[in-house]
Design a protein around this ligand. Structure first.
Ligand code: MN
Ligand code: MN
Length: 312
């Protein structure tokens, strides 16, 4: 088999979000327009309702499930940590990484193209590739990439959002025929909610990531909503769920962010020995076990560095 007919999977992280799915689809499409190899988008888990809405809206098929990466050739998008990657990533051949998170623990045996930028979304990096190659994405791909940027930046509200993200989203919206970006974002966020109909376990793992700080492992999940009443009810259910199932998650501490998009705030709940003390040290705002963090919406920028520091 020559290199040109070897399938190369482009895949995002487990518990995939809209960026992990749409950047995988978008980057595979980009690579296929400039090269001859067969790049195929993959996914490392089930789609969340927001992402399903986006794929339906832009008439795109759900990527193939790649739960075991052993023996595969892969490009990673939107992550570079083993704990977040498809299973057996250590036995895969990683040929490229595009990401916007902190540099993690992924190792490779050969030099690779690794592009990490401190910006709001991997999809912005994918669009930069199109621009640098003087190519224009197809209309549906532009719609997916634009959606990913709106999702990751909470429609430009997150502190992770940069001018590059906003500019990319606006250009992509134009190509995709999205007339009113904020109205579209609202529709997309709404499709991702209806959270009260769902099982707490499913909500918990919709957007969940594991991290390590010193000798402590911890997991942080997040839900976002535009409905404060929904979040208040969810908070009760998720607290009970985390306490009841704590031992099943395989980490020392669990945290869960209930993020209100319109209020631009997060209610942080936790479980596990030392978790609430760690959160108090990290955020200096514990009252009656409630941690209401005004202005906090970003896990990667406003939660993980502070918790990691408090736990180290
Ligand atoms: Mn992501
Ligand atoms: Mn992302």
């Amino acid at each position: 088999m020559s290199t040109s007919d070897k399938t190369i999977y482009v895949v995002g992280h487990k518990n995939p979000d809209t960026d992990s799915i749409c950047s995988a689809i978008g980057y595979a499409a980009f690579k296929n327009t400039i090269g001859d190899a067969a790049y195929v988008p993959g996914r490392a888990g089930n789609l969340n309702p927001e992402t399903q809405f986006v794929l339906d809206r832009f008439h795109t098929e759900v990527p193939q499930l790649l739960s075991d990466a052993a023996g595969q050739t892969v490009i990673l998008v939107d992550h570079n940590e083993t704990a977040q990657a498809a299973d057996n990533i250590a036995d895969a051949s990683i040929v490229e990484i595009l990401d916007h998170h902190k540099i993690g623990d992924i190792q490779t045996s050969e030099p690779i193209y690794f592009r990490a930028m401190p910006i709001g979304c991997t999809a912005t990096i994918v669009f930069l590739h199109y621009q640098e190659a003087k190519k224009t994405p197809e209309k549906n791909i532009a719609g997916l990439l634009c959606s990913a940027i709106l999702s990751d930046t909470l429609a430009f509200r997150s502190p992770t959002c940069t001018g590059q993200d906003r500019e990319a989203a606006e250009k992509l919206a134009e190509i995709a025929g999205i007339d009113d970006i904020q109205a579209y974002a609202k529709e997309m966020f709404k499709a991702g909610s209806d959270l009260l109909e769902k099982d707490p376990h499913d909500i918990f793992y919709m957007d969940f990531k594991k991290f390590t700080a010193g000798s402590t492992t911890f997991g942080v999940g997040q839900v976002t909503s535009m409905d404060a009443d929904e979040l208040a009810e969810l908070k009760k259910r998720m607290s009970a769920y985390m306490n009841d199932t704590f031992s099943e998650h395989g980490v020392d501490m669990l945290f869960f962010m209930l993020t209100d998009i319109l209020d631009e705030s997060t209610d942080l709940i936790c479980a596990g020995e030392g978790a609430s003390e760690a959160a108090s040290r990290a955020f200096h705002s514990a009252e009656d076990g409630r941690m209401y963090l005004k202005g906090c919406v970003s896990r990667k920028k406003q939660i993980i560095p502070q918790l990691t520091e408090a736990l180290s």
